[in-house]
Ligand binder design. Sequence first.
Ligand SMILES: *Cc1c(COP(=O)(O)O)cnc(C)c1O
Length: 452
Amino acid sequence: MNWYSTNGKAPLATLKKSVIKGLAEDRGLYMPCELKRLPAEFFAEMDKMSFQEIAFTAASAFFGEDVPAEDLRRIVNETLSFDCPIVPVEDGICSLELFHGPTLAFKDVGARFMARLLQYFTCGESRRLNVLVATSGDTGSAVANGFLGVEGIHVYVLYPKSKVSPIQECQFTTLGKNITALEIDGVFDDCQALVKNAFMDAELNEKMRLTSANSINVARFLPQSFYYFWGYAQMKRMGLADNLVVCVPSGNFGNICSALFAAKMGLPIQRFIAANNRNDVFYNYLQTGRYEPKASVQTLANAMDVGDPSNFARVYELYGKDYEAIRRSISGAVVSDGTIRRTIRDCYRQTGYLLDPHGACGYRALKDSLQPGETGFFCETAHPAKFKDTVDCILAEEAGLPSSGRIGASAEVADGKVVIPARLAAFMQGKAEKTPLSKHYEEFKNYLIQQR
Ligand SMILES: *Cc1c(COP(=O)(O)O)cnc(C)c1O
């Protein structure tokens, strides 16, 4: 199957080209030329299928013409080697927990799938493929862990010195093998500028094979649709899928966009909610019909601090550039830091379920909008321990909260504090290795050339 660009000025691309290039020549985002509707029997039988089987069916619709079934099945099974449970929080509201992968955030699935698909496409080629990724925290850890140990591919993670949390930093500095952490003396924008310059540098691209792993890549964002097929199947199993509302805490809109793809393929979801923090560009679009990007503002749900969501172009395209059609299927919500705090406390007090700041936006928006007769799930996109300082602080602000509670099915709050799961603690034991670099492009380029 071919892929076209949302800007409409680039040639059609094969899957291999769109995955290796990431962005089209006209700087548009790749979209599939055809979106297959899945058969009614699939939706009727889903509640009896495993996560891996469901995901394989969805993956075949996107990638099945280009990747033989047995390879695709292996890629899917290796990607989804962890669970993604749905947890009832209160009457009619469930949490779809997307944080059971290696770095405890939902980006693991996209990163792992993309690593394996790239490996499939480049296997047997003699030149090493180098992935450059700039990160403000979460993306770097997901990509580094997704690509860890993948042969023929080396990953450089560029991150701003002293601007990522210690937990985030150790998730990409302690891995070794084919992962190199570059600590840039600058801010996130400097890291991103270095990566962009490298991609545009003809001399460098001749010397080494470079690719990006950012969230606009089709191999990273489309596999996230597996979550929604699976979430629906689990709700159906509980008899809660008849009038189903899905709420996605959103930043760059990659995650919700994959859910909208699932709906276009026939998944019977009644409507969607895009939950935002104070970064309200999409919310304003829904009110006014005008898309007006702005500078991002910092919030407690910092993985959603995005002022110009890159996947808006895909949402717009998916609905035929029709504002009314978008409004019919998606509503918006803006959740302030004050409301995030109150929501984490109230939900914990009333249900014993502990949210992270991103999931709190999702829960709040869903709870405020759910109508009689509807049921819904929101995505819990990160484990609360990834934001331990924030969450512990919020819990401590109110006296009399229960001192223990649950995250997911098991009790993971003790003495009023989030317990760090073993998987996360293990990263913190590892030996950190990083290469310090300035924010000057020539230094970065010379460094890369020496590494070949
Ligand atoms: C990346 C991220 C989001 C936002 O997802 P988008 O696909 O960018 O909309 C939400 N929560 C967490 C924890 C994230 O890491």
